[in-house]
Design a protein around this ligand. Structure first.
Ligand SMILES: *[C@@H]1O[C@H](CO)[C@@H](O)[C@H](O)[C@H]1NC(C)=O
Ligand SMILES: *[C@@H]1O[C@H](CO)[C@@H](O)[C@H](O)[C@H]1NC(C)=O
Ligand SMILES: *[C@@H]1O[C@H](CO)[C@@H](O)[C@H](O)[C@H]1NC(C)=O
Ligand SMILES: *[C@@H]1O[C@H](CO)[C@@H](O)[C@H](O)[C@H]1NC(C)=O
Ligand SMILES: *[C@@H]1O[C@H](CO)[C@@H](O)[C@H](O)[C@H]1NC(C)=O
Ligand SMILES: *[C@@H]1O[C@H](CO)[C@@H](O)[C@H](O)[C@H]1NC(C)=O
Length: 465
């Protein structure tokens, strides 16, 4: 059948025009061609490099239906750096660099005024990660007067965030939101704490500065001692958020791939940084086990990743539709930094990659990616997150030792500035007096996540258990 189809040249022509992503992960050329199409389709959502448009951001504002919050654009630039590493395709590097330059803001710490009033810790982290990604991938620092190095940008994000550590409730932790007026300020959530944790680890490893490592340990210990992290029947559940108004005695029972991923890679990097500390190994093992149980269900052969809380119901929002991209990337990096996990992780990424390609059969060009990788019928959804997730998981199958994130010890040459951002101290009150917050601003960046899960799915993991 396969042979005779190939022989039908006209039909083959039609097949390639009408899309579908052919993928053989054992062939570098096949992976290159598949990811090139997927990245191209992802970038059709981006118009920031056109005249009169704002570099770095995706369509918004989020009062309209088809919109992407600022954080997701930051995540996308990071994913495109990885795409370049996996394939060598430099097509998007100019857009990536322009975006990462344009959004730094006057304090040079990815807190630009257009975003700062509703910026959560997690939102800023994804831009900090992209800058870190650039440093770890060996992209040369921008050589312009007064323009910070990639590393200094990540350090400036860290210096900004560290001031918001809050021991007054819950014994510590970061609140999701910076400003009390924003919805979600009462929550201490996993992605914000895991985000600061991961950034700390990456800075510790890149610079060798123990202060960052100490903070990483402190934040992780805090998370582990709250209800956010719970062992049940020998498995680790990492829940989404806990309410500081009640001193974190209640927890929301939602599980998301990126909350596992963000902590997994941080632990893997700490394991590596500490030369194999068993405490970090146990943490890696618990997260991997929990992620395998929840997001690689036996229904789909134990190896195909799914965003279980929203995917089968078809109601993931634009934020959630991108989460699998991060778990994919961070599992791949984990397989390098904790090599003993390689044989456990790679079959999951490989099977998920093959499956993701088979879900990229939708839309008018016949190759838009949906979310349900476990199905070969297009689920009818498309968007930046769907493209990014497929791109990330297919690219991740190509990760090799030469992509181990660089550090200053292994040839990384991005310039360190531990005081980055500190000369422009941040004063929220002043900012609000200058420019009072409007009702429209109040929807915090990832707030949609909360509203949607709160009102639509009503589905908590404990029901499933
Ligand atoms: C914008 O970027 C896309 C690729 O993402 C590219 O095809 C296009 O030519 C760029 N446009 C400009 C004006 O640079
Ligand atoms: C902020 O928004 C204004 C108005 O849309 C735009 O001109 C400017 O380029 C934006 N700045 C950033 C850093 O996004
Ligand atoms: C830093 O490293 C990158 C990648 O290896 C290289 O292209 C660049 O020239 C180096 N920069 C300096 C200042 O050495
Ligand atoms: C709040 O929780 C922290 C950490 O669990 C605890 O140390 C503290 O005593 C609690 N405070 C109150 C007022 O219950
Ligand atoms: C740390 O990562 C490097 C690069 O993959 C690897 O060679 C080394 O074995 C790792 N260290 C440990 C303790 O696993
Ligand atoms: C290490 O990082 C801390 C926190 O930013 C900073 O205060 C300290 O100066 C740094 N130390 C060195 C040697 O760079």
């Amino acid at each position: 059948m396969w042979c005779s189809l190939q022989a039908l040249l006209p039909l083959a022509g039609i097949l390639s025009i009408t899309g579908a992503i052919d993928l053989d992960i054992t062939s570098k050329d096949s992976v290159k061609s598949a990811t090139s199409s997927i990245a191209y389709d992802m970038m059709t959502y981006y118009s920031g490099n056109q005249t009169g448009q704002v570099p770095g951001i995706l369509p918004g504002p989020c009062s309209s239906a088809e919109c992407y919050y600022w954080w997701e654009a930051g995540a996308m630039w990071g994913a495109l750096i990885n795409y370049w590493q996996y394939t060598g395709d430099e097509s998007y590097q100019p857009s990536v660099i322009e975006a990462l330059k344009f959004q730094i803001g006057p304090e040079k710490n990815y807190n630009p005024p257009n975003q700062s009033k509703n910026m959560g810790i997690d939102d800023q982290d994804f831009w900090g990660f992209a800058a870190m990604e650039a440093a770890e991938a060996g992209i040369p620092d921008v050589q312009e007067d007064d323009f910070p190095s990639w590393l200094a940008l990540a350090q400036a994000v860290w210096n900004f965030q560290v001031q918001y550590w809050e021991p007054a409730s819950c014994g510590g932790g970061f609140r999701w939101q910076i400003y009390p007026v924003n919805a979600g300020y009462n929550l201490k959530n996993t992605v914000s704490n895991g985000g600061f944790f991961q950034l700390s680890v990456r800075l510790a490893r890149y610079t060798g500065n123990q202060t960052y490592a100490d903070w990483a340990g402190k934040v992780y210990n805090w998370m582990e001692n709250t209800l956010l992290f719970q062992m049940q029947d020998g498995h680790l559940y990492i829940w989404d958020n806990t309410d500081a108004d009640g001193n974190c005695t209640q927890v929301e029972h939602y599980v998301w791939t990126y909350n596992y991923g963000i902590n997994l890679m941080g632990c893997a990097m700490m394991y590596n940084f500490t030369n194999g500390d068993q405490v970090w190994k146990t943490r890696i093992d618990n997260i991997l086990d929990g992620a395998a149980l929840l997001f690689f269900p036996s229904d789909y052969g134990n190896n195909i990743m799914t965003e279980m809380l929203c995917e089968s119901q078809g109601n993931c929002n634009n934020d959630q539709s991108s989460f699998k991209a991060y778990l994919s990337r961070w599992m791949a990096v984990t397989s390098l930094l904790a090599p003993y996990t390689h044989d456990l992780i790679m079959p999951k990424l490989q099977a998920s990659a093959q499956a993701a390609a088979k879900q990229c059969v939708g839309g008018s060009n016949g190759r838009q990616c949906g979310r349900q990788w476990y199905s070969t019928t297009w689920d009818g959804s498309k968007g930046v997150g769907q493209q990014m997730s497929a791109l990330a998981v297919i690219g991740a199958t190509q990760i090799t030792q030469d992509m181990v994130p660089l550090s200053a010890k292994t040839g990384g040459n991005s310039t360190s500035n531990p005081n980055a951002g500190n000369d422009a101290p941040h004063n929220p009150e002043e900012e609000f007096e200058k420019d009072p917050i409007t009702t429209a601003d109040k929807a915090g960046a990832a707030i949609l996540t909360l509203i949607v899960i709160g009102t639509i799915t009503g589905l908590s993991i404990w029901i499933i258990l």
